[in-house]
Design a protein around this ligand. Structure first.
Ligand SMILES: [Zn+2]
Length: 343
């Protein structure tokens, strides 16, 4: 092969590779296509917050010291802060993948956060791969040889209470007309990866993992909800990218719907139960790694906090928790129906 031909072939391969890549990105991960970045900061593509607000049809106000950026419309306020991954949507906490950045006196949001956090929550109608919601799989955390967290003084074992809460949730969701399955309905050991495989087998439209929390510090309390971390973003527990962050996993095809359903559930739990809002977070939990539908993981409070654990121990509290998760899920379902049949 002469040099010119070799160049032509490699150019053609390069072109094919490029087309293949963009088709893959648009088809699988960016529905709609990724927003156009304005600037690259810290190796990450960023877009001007003023432009994001404009695209959403919201007012934008940047504080004089360029620290606080606020979007507002009649019902919605979104607050961003310089160098912070935390945003407040009507005062509910949501963790971004990347910190909001200051550049030449203006605030910038990462393009990935625009696509994976802002659009699903504020304009879910732009995503066309809308799921249905008929079958829900609930995953009671731990079980059998794996007890989860334990509060000895209150005689509480996580695996027992995740099963109790999951059964209550199942009954409530069934009365609202959903087909509901549990990944376990007794005290048995279930491999984490098999939990998502079970949801796939049941053709679940939503996967809900139920857990309680524990940390060393006894003063920490509150409720948090996790979605599977989107591709090309670090999980909430880390601020820097690692190799795993570059990979796409099956649940990433449903990022928008996981975020929307998880947000409604977290918001409803905070509204109903009170206590501390620990926010909507991201992690690559092993029980979701093979999941082929939207899903999230609820951490319904801390066993390591005496006051919170004492409440969780009561049936009344667990009934309210199950009701608030159910109500969050039905709000998600209403939104799915509304955006599928706009009036
Ligand atoms: Zn757990």
């Amino acid at each position: 092969m002469d040099a010119t031909l070799r160049q032509l072939v490699s150019r053609r391969e390069w072109m094919l590779g490029l087309i293949g890549l963009s088709a893959f990105q648009i088809g699988s991960f960016s529905n709609p296509p990724l927003a156009t970045p304005d600037v690259t900061l810290y190796n990450t593509a960023y877009i001007d917050l003023a432009k994001v607000a404009g695209q959403l049809g919201m007012k934008y106000n940047l504080s004089k010291d360029s620290v606080d950026g606020v979007f507002s419309s009649q019902w919605t306020k979104v607050r961003f802060k310089k160098d912070s991954r935390l945003l407040l949507l009507n005062d509910y906490k949501i963790y971004l993948g990347f910190a909001v950045a200051l550049h030449r006196g203006r605030l910038y949001l990462s393009v990935h956060d625009f696509d994976k956090a802002i659009k699903p929550l504020l304009t879910p109608q732009v995503f066309t791969n809308r799921p249905q919601l008929k079958t829900i799989v609930i995953d009671p955390g731990h079980g059998g040889k794996n007890p989860g967290c334990i509060n000895k003084s209150l005689s509480m074992v996580e695996k027992d209470l995740t099963l109790d809460l999951s059964r209550r949730l199942q009954r409530l969701l069934e009365t609202r007309g959903y087909n509901v399955h549990l990944t376990r309905n007794s005290d048995i050991t279930v491999e984490n990866r098999n939990r998502a495989l079970f949801a796939n087998q049941m053709k679940a439209d939503l996967f809900v993992c139920v857990h309680f929390n524990a940390v060393e510090s006894r003063s920490v309390s509150g409720i948090e909800t996790y979605t599977f971390t989107p591709r090309n973003q670090p999980s909430t527990a880390r601020s820097r990218m690692v190799e795993e962050d570059r990979k796409a996993f099956p649940p990433n095809s449903h990022d928008a719907w996981s975020t929307l359903s998880a947000f409604y559930v977290q918001r409803q739990m905070i509204k109903t139960m009170g206590g501390i809002d620990r926010g909507l977070k991201k992690a690559r939990f092993s029980m979701m790694i093979d999941l082929k539908c939207p899903g999230f993981l609820v951490e319904g409070g801390f066993f390591s906090n005496f006051e919170e654990a004492s409440k969780i121990k009561t049936v009344k509290h667990r009934i309210r928790l199950a009701e608030s998760i159910t109500n969050g899920i039905t709000t998600y379902h209403k939104t799915l129906k509304r955006i599928s049949n706009p009036t």
